[in-house]
Design a protein around this ligand. Structure first.
Ligand code: DSN
Length: 474
């Protein structure tokens, strides 16, 4: 059990120390807690980490350099970082049933870059550049590097399209993955809004990618990773899954069998702060064939590991191994489905007609709005969401036609299916009463409506205190 006084004392002492140097930073930290307590957070990629996770990050582990891997560092005196990283790895492997885990990535993009490098380095030595033995790939002359880059330039990636819910790091131009790889996308069936595996197979056969990427940041359905692995095997591709969004549902055994990426992919990446409810960071899981290359992530791709964040990852993985985390994961999905049902009953149109996971995508074009207008109208009414493209979006990636919502955070806070129906009512009230304005960003919403919804949202949250063990005082 958490000790209310101990946690409050710890956070108060930390803020006092910060305030003594720069009061504006202490105030911003304290205000962030206040603002999070007051807001109805439906951002699908956010959560509330436990006090133990948060406190594990605020200490002198931050002072240590430890480039390299466990027991093989480029700095002396890393025995405690070795312990921290080993314990994090031990929990991560047990949690996901993985053969190998790498817990150094600082973020999801870092985890994906480590994975991409591992895949390319592993593939390059065998089918293409036989003269480069695995151990030599990281120690080439300039001319050899030029040859290698040319080889990498020809590597192809097949990932989910952005408007179907894919992520920028899955081979899109604003991210370096879109420059490392020649990318082609798979999408969803226009009628069902769900992945069209037959079309994916056809594209893979024709395009012959080196890498097929599964995973998403805005797709509301389960993905059949067993089928995707079959397709990857048919075309000789490496199958990677980015499970950043749904790692908590894998850890909590909601996604099992064909839907468990660890069982089917060659390599799996994640962030640790979304549905997994840990600190802000990333991780990579792989079988033995890619583990050696992933271990080179630092210094190949990453700076020195953040030992304080690895400590917090260890705490989060340990928490997720407890039986109550499986219950939490089930409740995330039950809440998401209740929210989807509540919205549909009130006339909303949902991409794919519903959800199997933690997120719901509302087609706000059906309310005559852009995503940008809807996002701001909801925010003005105390409901925090984010706009997102929907399949074949007529408004593009900036204005969009969708609103993405998710339940990991509110489920942590304790809200259940009854509250989800109330939230559906509040959202439908805002979306139904907002009128599009003169531009794709402008809109009209009667302040009486936004104020009323904001008040109702606040009353709802009042029954579910956030961080109840933490009292920062007046
Ligand atoms: N920014 C994350 C999300 O909101 O889905 C993905 O990087």
């Amino acid at each position: 059990m958490s000790d209310l006084n101990a946690e409050s004392t710890a956070f108060r002492a930390a803020l006092d120390a910060v305030r003594a140097v720069e009061p504006r930073i202490a105030d911003a930290i304290a205000k962030e807690l206040h603002d999070q307590r007051e807001s109805l957070k439906l951002i699908a990629s956010e959560n509330y980490a436990s006090p133990a996770v948060l406190l594990a990050m605020g200490n002198w582990l931050s002072d240590k350099y430890a480039e390299g891997t466990i027991g093989r560092r480029f700095y002396a005196g890393c025995q405690n970082v070795d312990t921290v990283e080993s314990v994090a790895v031990e929990h991560a492997k047990a949690l996901f049933g993985a053969e190998y885990a790498y817990v150094q990535p600082h973020s999801g993009i870092d985890a994906n870059l480590v994975a991409y490098w591992a895949i390319l380095a592993d593939r390059v030595e065998v089918p293409y550049l036989k003269k480069f033995e695995k151990r030599q790939v990281n120690d080439l002359s300039d001319a050899e590097w030029a040859e290698l880059r040319a080889a990498f330039g020809n590597q192809r990636m097949l990932g989910m399209s952005l408007d179907a819910g894919g992520h920028l790091t899955h081979g899109f131009r604003p991210n370096i993955s879109g420059k490392m790889f020649d990318q082609r996308s798979y999408g969803v069936d226009a009628a069902t809004g769900q992945i069209d595996y037959a079309a994916l197979r056809e594209t893979a056969k024709e395009f012959k990618p080196a890498v097929i990427v599964g995973g998403y940041s805005a797709y509301p359905r389960k993905v059949n990773f067993a089928t995707m692995r079959e397709i990857a095997d048919e075309v000789g591709a490496t199958f990677m899954v980015d499970m950043a969004h749904f790692a908590g549902l894998v850890a909590g055994k909601v996604f099992t069998g064909d839907f468990n990426p660890i069982a089917h992919a060659h390599i799996v990446t994640t962030t640790t702060h979304k549905s997994l409810r840990g600190p802000r960071g990333g991780a990579v899981f792989a079988g033995p064939e890619l583990a050696d290359q992933v271990d080179r992530g630092c210094p190949m791709v990453l700076g020195g590991p953040l030992a304080h964040v690895m400590a917090a990852k260890a705490i989060a993985f340990a928490e997720a191994r407890r039986p109550e985390f499986a219950d939490y994961a089930q409740r995330i999905v039950a809440n998401s489905q209740a929210l989807a049902e509540g919205l549909k009953q009130r006339g909303a149109t949902l991409v794919s007609g519903g959800t199997d996971n933690h997120l719901v995508l509302i087609d706000v074009d059906k309310y005559g709005l852009t995503g940008r207008q809807a996002e701001q109208a909801l925010l003005d009414s105390g409901i925090v969401t984010n706009r997102n493209a929907i399949p074949a979006d007529p408004n593009g990636a900036w204005y969009t036609s969708g609103i993405r919502i998710g339940t990991p955070a509110l489920t942590t806070r304790g809200l259940g299916v009854a509250e989800m129906d109330q939230i559906a009512e509040l959202m439908h009230t805002v979306l139904g009463q907002t009128k599009a304005g003169a531009s794709k960003a402008k809109f009209d919403l009667d302040p009486a409506v936004s104020d009323g919804v904001s008040k109702a949202a606040n009353e709802l949250l009042g029954g579910f205190p956030l961080y109840p063990s933490v009292d920062l005082g007046a």
